[in-house]
Design a protein around this ligand. Structure first.
Ligand SMILES: Nc1nc2[nH]cnc2c(=O)[nH]1
Ligand SMILES: [Zn+2]
Length: 446
């Protein structure tokens, strides 16, 4: 297959800015040579063009090309209930989330929701997501089918619970195991789909249910694990009562054998030092969901304590407790919340925000050798941010005097409207309607 040459100013974070200096790599008027969906070569456009004069050129000047965003916590059944403001977690679950999730018993309804959900990811430049699924196995088949059509990378699983929600959403450990096994055999590793074993949270999962999850993890060691952890004080109090022998919330998962390098725990707002130590020892990740934490009033995520303990952190939108699919907005909110920390503040730079939205997510999913940056050998998963003509963002970018300044402006001003095109594995998965193709370069744009 003839390789394609993409011409763009691109930025990525192949290094971890929390650990290394100069993690942000910027290539002005750069080139990425793509063959078979993979980056074969990268660098200065003129040099690459001279070396590969026959490669067709796609001109993406007039914007910035970033690695596709990776959302490490987002609920597929909750797309239609985004915006349920004014409640803490447990009330919001009862009043907003769970009644909607019960509707996914209907496969036709589930398919329509899956389509809306995947469209929301792609339109916002998210190319990979760790997706909290539905309680219904049929709804997961609809989801994976639609995900294959969308072209996005998804790591997703049936959500399982056997108490404290609503009867329709409860299952048994035996059925959870059997349905999970069938779903893994049907979908894990098919195309761009992977499977995540997903008990909703210890509040709604008995020890027997967590053991059934662990049995799946033992039988299929390369699947992922995700759940919620230490999001809200009332939730934590309830979990304490339900697991009197557990040392803490994390221990409810640990005792079942559910901690590992592919385990991602959403929120982790009120996590203790002991729990952080155990998470780090098992190479678990935390999915920080700052919009959701703000909306549900869950609290200020202790980023500094996670980093100091050596716990890997990525970002999640937590739709629908969160407020939408935009990882730009999520990154900005993560920054805001550090600004508001009284003591343990981590000053997040634009490089940190880009890392949290891309490579950090890849690492949380143990996919860092395949996606998350523009290194040679990585899949070409990318988002081209190009503000609309006459927009405020266009004006700001025209006057940005540095690459970090450009990136900061994208986080501060960028929205779904600025996402012009998105690729996964070299395949276009989203093209903004009614825009010129990007051949004209507005004066002063990078
Ligand atoms: N934010 C959030 N937390 C949860 N904990 C258990 N279920 C949920 C959910 O749907 N959203
Ligand atoms: Zn969640």
């Amino acid at each position: 297959m003839t390789p394609m040459l993409y011409r763009a100013t691109f930025m990525h974070t192949p290094l971890d800015p929390f650990r290394e200096a100069d993690a942000l790599h910027v290539q002005e008027d750069g080139g990425l040579l793509i063959g078979g969906g993979v980056i074969r070569s990268s660098g200065d456009f003129a040099a690459l063009h001279a070396a590969h004069p026959d490669a067709p050129v796609t001109d993406l000047r007039g914007g910035v090309l970033l690695p596709g965003f990776i959302d490490t916590h987002v609920h597929y059944p909750q797309v239609r209930i985004i915006g349920g403001l004014g409640m803490p977690l447990l009330d919001w679950l009862d009043r907003c989330a769970l009644p909607e999730e019960a509707r996914l018993a209907d496969a036709t309804y589930a398919r329509a929701v899956a389509r809306e959900f995947l469209g929301g990811l792609a339109r916002n430049g998210t190319t990979t997501a760790l997706v909290f699924g539905s309680h219904f196995a049929g709804a997961m088949d609809e989801f994976f089918d639609e995900a294959a059509t969308s072209g996005l990378r998804t790591v997703a699983g049936q959500v399982v619970s056997d108490r404290m929600l609503r009867g329709e959403l409860h299952t048994t450990p035996e059925r959870a195991y059997a349905e999970g096994k069938a779903l893994i055999e049907r979908w894990h590793g098919q195309g761009r789909a992977r499977y995540a074993v997903t008990p909703r949270f210890s509040l709604s999962a008995s020890e027997g249910m967590l053991d059934a999850c662990a049995a799946l993890m033992r039988e299929f060691p390369d699947v992922h694990f995700t759940s919620h952890l230490n999001e809200n004080r009332a939730e934590i109090q309830t979990v304490r009562g339900l697991f009197p022998d557990a040392r803490d919330y994390l221990d409810t998962y640990d005792r079942a054998g559910l901690l590992g390098r592919r385990s991602v725990f959403a929120h982790s707002v009120h996590t203790t030092d002991r729990e952080l130590h155990v998470m780090a020892a098992h190479h678990c990740s935390a999915a920080h969901c700052p919009c959701s934490n703000s909306s549900l009033g869950s609290g200020l995520f202790p980023l500094g304590r996670h980093l100091a303990a050596g716990v890997h952190v990525a970002l999640g939108t937590d739709v629908g407790g969160g407020t939408g699919f935009s990882m730009l907005k999520e990154g900005l909110q993560a920054y805001f919340m550090q600004q508001l920390q009284a003591g343990d503040r981590v000053a997040l730079t634009p490089a940190h925000l880009l890392y949290l939205c891309t490579r950090a997510g890849a690492q949380a999913l143990d996919l860092q050798d395949h996606i998350g940056d523009f290194g040679v050998g990585k899949a070409f998963d990318a988002v081209w941010l190009r503000p609309g003509a006459g927009s405020t963002l266009e004006a700001v970018l025209q006057h940005a005097d540095s690459a970090p300044g450009t990136l900061a402006a994208l986080y501060a001003n960028g929205t779904q409207a600025d996402v012009a095109r998105v690729w996964v594995g070299g395949d276009p998965v989203y093209d903004r309607p009614h825009t010129p193709s990007g051949t004209a370069v507005p004066a002063g744009m990078p």
